[in-house]
Design a protein around this ligand. Structure first.
Ligand code: NAP
Length: 299
């Protein structure tokens, strides 16, 4: 079997177009401009790239983008003062602080300071709890993106065996919750899981989020399974000196011989994350104004 390659870049473009359409309608019908505020502490080069991409895509879908840059030695008190100000600002519907932050700041305390209704990264304990109890909250962007890709591929997932490798708060746990909500039978595997290959082989839906390049081999994959590769490892490019290359957690060459559908790295899950950040900001805007939520863009 040669798997269908799931084009996350194209799908993310469709999600952004849908978001842009809703944003336009909010402006026209209600005079509301959805707004996303991004806080960047320090000058981490990778974070600079992410924040620039977020800003560009936010503006492209017609939202207001507010960028706040703070020095690397900013005190927690000053950072919290900014977050409090953004929490109170009615033109700001989503807030995210780009991680990692410098060591003297605590990421969990930073997330906890953000109003859960504006926590468009879906990382707060409140939003994690709402997801776990099956209530409406904001869902972490990468798992939400994977859910959208899976819904697009499979439609109804009820009764399917799903295996998620990785149990982080950022990805593995919310992904497991989302698949459970879809009525899958869910296994969350991790570094202590025994016979991981055998566990994976049960999966109709296999989601890998570990960060170990090409760990999942073709003979771990059930024939016809849908494989979602979340992992990202950057290695020196084997043919282009001075350049780097991204690898996923799945050995694409062997897995794509067995799977029914598979996401590549790059160009699979990656592009969905910012698209879902924008979808979450739109959802937060609609909720803030008591308006109907966009269909297909939430969990
Ligand atoms: P993380 O917090 O480091 O979690 C990794 C998980 O993998 C842990 O639960 C760990 O188990 C498990 N693990 C480690 N070694 C394993 C092994 N040999 N067998 C089975 N499980 C193992 O990472 P994360 O934040 O969830 O991210 C995971 C990967 O996804 C990373 O490569 C990250 O870059 C990528 N990612 C991509 C996006 C995107 O595309 N936008 C977004 C988020 C994450 P224990 O809990 O037992 O230690």
């Amino acid at each position: 079997m040669t798997a269908k390659v799931i084009d996350g870049k194209e799908f993310a473009g469709r999600v952004r177009a849908q978001v842009a359409e809703h944003v336009e309608r909010l402006k026209k019908d209600h005079g509301i401009t959805a707004g996303l505020a991004v806080i960047l502490v320090g000058e981490d080069p990778a974070s600079e790239v992410y924040v620039a991409a977020k800003h560009r895509q936010t503006v492209e879908v017609g939202m207001a983008s507010f960028e706040h840059r703070l020095p690397a030695d900013v005190s927690e008190e000053d950072l919290f003062a900014l977050i409090d100000q953004l929490n109170a600002d009615e033109t700001v519907h989503g807030i995210l602080c780009q991680f990692p932050v410098p060591d003297h700041l605590n990421e969990r305390r930073v997330v906890a300071r953000i109003d859960p209704a504006k926590d468009v990264d879906g990382l707060s304990v409140v939003n994690a709890g709402l997801l776990a109890s099956g209530e409406k909250g904001l869902v972490s962007c990468t798992p939400l993106g994977c859910l959208m890709l899976l819904r697009d591929q499979l439609g109804n997932m009820s009764g399917k065996e799903a295996v998620v490798i990785g149990r982080s708060n950022l990805f593995g746990k919310p992904m497991g919750q989302l698949l459970l909500k879809e009525s899958c039978t869910v296994t969350i595997a991790h570094s202590r899981t025994q016979d991981l290959a055998e566990v994976c082989k049960r999966a109709d839906i296999l989601v890998a989020a570990v960060g170990r390049a090409e760990m999942v081999k073709g003979d771990w994959v059930k024939p016809g399974a849908t494989v979602i590769d979340v992992g990202i490892t950057r290695i020196p490019h084997p043919e282009k000196p001075g350049k780097t290359k991204l690898l996923g957690d799945v050995d694409f060459a062997s897995a794509s011989e067995v799977a029914g559908a598979i996401t590549p790295v790059p160009g699979g899950v990656g592009p969905m994350t910012i698209a879902c950040l924008l979808a979450n900001t739109l959802t937060a805007t609609c909720r803030a104004h008591g308006l109907e939520e966009p269909e297909g863009l939430t969990a």
